[in-house]
Design a protein around this ligand. Sequence first.
Ligand SMILES: *Cc1c(COP(=O)(O)O)cnc(C)c1O
Length: 343
Amino acid sequence: MIDPISLIRKNIRSLAPYSTARDEYSGELGIYLDANENPYENGVNRYPDPHQKRLKERVSAVKGVPVENIFIGNGSDEPIDLVYRVFCEPRIDNVVSIAPTYGMYSVAAATNDVEFREVPLKEDFALDVEALLAAADDHTKLLFLCSPNNPSGNSFLREEIVRLLREFPGMVVLDEAYIDFARQPGFLSELSKYPNLILLQTLSKAWGMAGLRLGLAFARPDVVATFSRVKYPYNINVVTQKMVYDRLAEDIAPQVTEIVAQREWLEKELAGCPVIRHIYPSDANFLLVRVDDPRGVYERLITEGIIVRDRSRIRGCAGCLRITVGTPEENRRTLEILKEMKG
Ligand SMILES: *Cc1c(COP(=O)(O)O)cnc(C)c1O
């Protein structure tokens, strides 16, 4: 069994966190003269709660996970960067990931000066478990997986993820940004089974709060505590904490159901477009499609005011465009244009 703490960089293991005056006293306070704030109330004149206590309790209730297992970040970008800073010694350690996948994993590797080892997915975008295991060595600290995967849209087989959790000699960061759109549940309820699991989720997709920047990481309490020691003290601002708290009370199921239904409708309709050569199966809120002339299709859509993501130059995605599922109206309009195009 992997001991996550032993994988943490030495300088981080011995780090004392920044502590605020309000951390040192937990009684009822009325007069705040400790933080050089402007004393006149306007809704944002006070620093936010660095521990996000109230918000974490709400996240805990919504997700069914104890507060000690929850880290809240400024988007998923923050925990993605933090795992490098916590586990990887620049220029010495390395991480393993898949290709194609979400670009932020390699961007954060580059900014942290950590070697990023890409293992191609198979032809049908399935995991190559043997190759992923073979890519690891004594300096491998992390494996980045994304399921459902961006940009391919597919979920990986549960047994294969489980095998990697059991056999990979480092932490496994499993990004479930799109899990709410998937046909099967993710790994959140199994967090306690895997000491090396760091699960990422976000409020940017199904929850509709991309503009508020809130990402979640779920892991063992000692890993979460380490992230909390390394993060900027006030990483989640007052407005985000308050708005997210309120919005988490809402039921997203009707919208998710609608988006999934639209994805299925779009998939069926796209199959009848001469310009579309292939549609990849999706468990997310987008479809990856292959065409003969991706740039041409992209430009044509642009002239109609529709922007999709050209993924044709990334590894394993030749000819591919990624189309996000929009409102029924937006999807109908997009389809109309695509249907007119010659194959
Ligand atoms: C969109 C997306 C995210 C979300 O990032 P935020 O910083 O939370 O907005 C995370 N992972 C993947 C794979 C994504 O596609």
